[in-house]
Design a protein around this ligand. Structure first.
Ligand code: FDA
Length: 583
């Protein structure tokens, strides 16, 4: 059939999950086609907070600078305000996304990259552009219709929406990165837990220059507690910066049980003016859309040669800013495994570890995001407004936090405690960096994972326990500084050792040759190419100097050895073969 196009991997969707999958595969030299339904990328700002784990991935792929050039930087995103309106009174502030001086050190120590804010309308074009430049065949206005799979591949029917003609793409593997209403996921009947559309939200995008009101307390998020803000939605009214300080997005809830509201431009303008607190504010409404809050995750992410990633497998509100981040991290986990199998370096069973490793993450983040939304109730309770029946009553109860009475004092204490809980939404560093994989692509070293010293959701604790993310340390020489992450790029396995472990180098070379897989040794120590500049790596590496830490392409620890064994080559051969399911 001359109407059949062939490729190795077909990706459906050009959102964060799809466009990053395309970028990763093309960077690894895997032929791929990305189809997407519309004529361009996301048309609304959507996801924006880009956490350190994702920025590290962009650094690995060589696009971190491009992302930063279009982003609002770390130091401008975190003076997060809770108020009765932006021009009105403040209820409190919380320094977020690692911007509190006491938390900033945790973020600086954990990663070579700081977080930032880049709306999806800016991020997706960067991902699509780089993927396409590196080899992806990107097809816009092309819709996935259906597929069938057999032992050798997947045949996918697609529709060219411009010409109305259908054709078939034959791929060895299919990635469904087609969002929360994924047709690919439905077609392979992925199993889900939880529910969709549990609350209603509206997004209003608008232009208004309010630099005067916010420039001195720069943040991405301004939370507004006023009548109506406890109905539906994501916990409270939200005014979100898109571009400082003249482009914005409001998230405002509605009661989903009352049906879908009609929201006119005039209604939207009124919501904007109420939340900003300036009755005659000059506002240009640029968009109004309604969406449902979901609490649903897939418990298995694939069937045969078909995989789903991103919102297709985890559906949740924007709380904690995990949507786009987790989608990109899914694809980062999947792409190197597909490349290894396609290149004949790994057994097909390696692909099953995508589900084993990422399904627990899907569950974790869906649960976390929904809990964060619900925890706003504590603030409403603290203010006593959770049971207010009229707007007037609500305003009086908010006002009474100023009372010079024992009740007033108790209310002030309660508000402070309720604000404290919001750290689990805005400073959840452990959720962002602490992901830990348990699967056949991780080889244990007999040790048990150390119990966390601090709250594991709020704090990331570096370790080289097999399955966790490689700890970052600055290393280098008198001319250059590298992160340990820079020394373990995506296209290879990397083995870190010290001077007395130099024998690992020959062992790794032999294993590389034997398996046809790049295993590169980095010896860190004085007189080597890389020295432990601040002696940080020796404290983080978790093994003796002659031991070794094996890092997978996705920067998770695949295995470690405390000491140099009698036969390092045999130990390494067993381990890499096991990780790659070489049977
Ligand atoms: P995503 O939905 O981004 O992409 C799906 C892709 O598949 C699109 O390119 C689409 O065109 C394509 N597609 C779908 N069906 C297809 C078919 N049959 N054939 C071909 N292509 C098809 N998150 C957050 O953290 N903060 C926020 O403020 C928001 N706000 C927000 C608002 C709105 C309106 C939405 C819809 C979503 C958000 N999100 C969000 C969520 C965030 O946008 C989401 O987590 C990521 O975009 C998920 O990325 P994916 O790539 O998985 O799906």
């Amino acid at each position: 059939d001359s109407n059949v196009v062939e490729t190795d991997v077909l990706i459906v969707g050009s959102g964060p999950a799809g466009s990053s999958a395309a970028l990763f595969l093309s960077s690894l030299g895997v032929p791929n086609i990305m189809i997407t339904k519309y004529r361009w990328t996301a048309n609304t700002p959507r996801a924006h907070i880009t956490n350190q784990r994702t920025m590290e991935i962009f650094r690995d792929l060589g696009i971190e600078e491009q992302v930063l050039a279009d982003a609002t930087p770390h130091h401008m995103i975190g003076d997060t305000v809770f108020c009765t309106s932006i021009a009105g009174e403040e209820i409190g502030r919380i320094l977020t996304w690692g911007n509190h001086p006491a938390r900033h050190a945790d973020y600086e120590l954990a990663s070579p990259s700081l977080n930032c804010d880049i709306p999806q309308t800016y991020l997706e074009p960067i991902l699509v552009k780089n993927a396409t430049m590196r080899g992806t065949q990107t097809q816009f206005s092309t819709e996935y219709l259906s597929h069938t799979q057999d032992d050798d591949g997947v045949s996918v029917r697609v529709l060219n929406r411009l010409t109305g003609s259908e054709y078939t793409i034959r791929a060895k593997y299919l990635i469904g990165a087609d969002g929360a209403r994924s047709k690919v996921a439905a077609d392979i009947a992925l199993p889900y837990e939880g529910q969709m559309d549990i609350a209603g939200s509206m997004n209003i995008t608008f232009k208004a220059d309010i630099a005067e009101l916010v420039g001195h307390r720069p943040s991405v998020l301004y939370w507004v507690v006023q009548p109506g803000s406890n109905i539906g939605g994501i916990g409270a009214g939200l005014v979100r910066m898109v571009r400082p300080w003249n482009e914005w997005l409001i998230v405002w809830g509605f009661d989903i049980n009352e049906g879908t509201p009609e929201v006119s431009e005039e209604d939207a303008r009124q919501v904007v003016r109420n939340l900003i607190g300036v009755p005659d504010l000059d506002v240009e409404i640029t968009g109004i859309s309604l969406w449902g809050n979901n609490e649903q995750y897939a418990t298995h992410l694939q069937k045969g040669r078909v995989f789903c990633a991103g919102d297709a497998v985890h559906k949740h509100p924007p709380s904690n800013g995990l949507g786009s981040n987790t989608s990109i991290q899914d694809s980062y986990n999947l792409a190197w495994k597909l490349a290894a199998v396609l290149n004949g370096q790994a057994g097909e069973e390696l692909l099953e570890t995508y589900s084993t490793e990422r399904a627990p993450v899907a569950k974790q983040i869906v649960t976390r995001a929904n809990q964060s939304g619900r925890e706003f109730v504590k603030l409403f309770e603290a203010l006593g407004i959770d049971k207010a029946e009229t707007p007037e009553e609500m305003l009086a109860l908010i006002e009474s936090r100023k009372d010079s009475t024992p009740e007033g004092a108790a209310k002030r204490r309660a508000v402070q405690e309720a604000m404290e809980i919001k750290n689990y939404e805005f400073n959840a560093h452990g959720v962002e960096l602490g992901q830990h994989y348990v699967s056949s692509a991780v080889v244990g070293d007999g040790s048990t994972k150390p119990a966390p010293q601090r709250d594991p959701e709020l704090y990331y604790e570096p370790s080289t326990h097999p399955g966790v993310r490689l700890p970052h340390a600055w290393v280098g020489d008198n001319a250059r500084k590298y992160s340990t992450h820079d020394l373990a790029p995506y296209g290879q396995f990397t083995l870190f050792t010290g001077i007395t472990g130099e024998d690992w180098t020959t062992a790794a070379q032999k294993v590389s040759d034997q398996l046809g897989v790049t295993v590169k040794t980095v010896v860190i120590g004085p007189g080597q190419d890389i020295t432990d500049l601040y002696f940080d790596w020796s404290k983080l590496r978790g093994v003796e100097e002659d031991g070794a830490v094996l890092v997978r392409p996705d920067k998770h620890i695949g295995w470690r050895a405390d000491r140099l064994p009698a036969n390092p080559e045999a130990a390494l051969l067993d381990t890499v073969s096991a990780i790659l399911n070489r049977g």
